[in-house]
Design a protein. Sequence first.
Length: 309
Amino acid sequence: MSVTTELATIDAVRDFNRFYTNFLGVLNKAYLDSSYTLTDARVLFEIGSHGGIAASTLTRDLHLDPAYLSRILKRFREDGLIETKPDPSDLRSQIITVTDKGQAQFLEFVRRSRAQLAGHFDALAPGESERIVEAMRTIQTTLGSDHNAPPPLVIRAHRPGDIGWVVQSQARFYTEEFGWDDRFEGLVAKVGGDFLSKFNPDKERCWIAERGGQNIGSVMITDGGEGIAKLRLLYIDKTARGLGLGKLLVDECIRFSRDAGYRQLSLWTNDILDAARAIYIKAGFRLVSEEKHRMFGPELNGQTWVLDL
């Protein structure tokens, strides 16, 4: 590349950067008409997406000065958006989680950002949005620091359409792997439908794990009454096996159930699901009952496990 061509390329990149930052409004002091900056929103996004993250990890991943991050976290605590506790693996750091208010603010940022972008894309001619997305992917994959690095894992609250994915993915998996019939899909659909129609955000939660924009795992907590939470529909996609995602989701269920004031966490499974049972046993669940059944076709041994909180 000649010097003239190199300078022209650099100037073109700089022109694009100026255009795009102005397009997104990232230089505005108030991001998305809120009282927070873009950096504030990015920090809250990382905390909300991970369901608990170390301050040292935020400093590293976001390339933030520790003192600057400390000021952001101090404001978040004052605003009631986060809670912190000592990091057992590093006493110099803290584990940060969002409060219900912080989760609501995080989701509001997501909603406003999507609405902002949708307003721009709705004005485009057919096919233009696909060209833009493909160009973005080209920039990301070509200039990324590690072309072979897997996309980061994100754990988030459910969004419209996610419960439909839970029903579809579980029905397909258990039919193909174990030969279960349509009654299992009916059960999952009923659990998902009841969750949505009776959803109480103070006592219930659904987590979706995604990577590269694709859903790869899920679990939910529902209110079983009398101080008992129910862990329902734990699922890990085949592509995500071996990442420790199942343990991560179960740990999140336990943490939430304790914070929500439940006295016990209960779940029902079948003994052929060895990987899931191993997670439950390691987490401290105890087997309280089991029974043979043919609810989904083949003879199975159903088990009820509980964890005292």
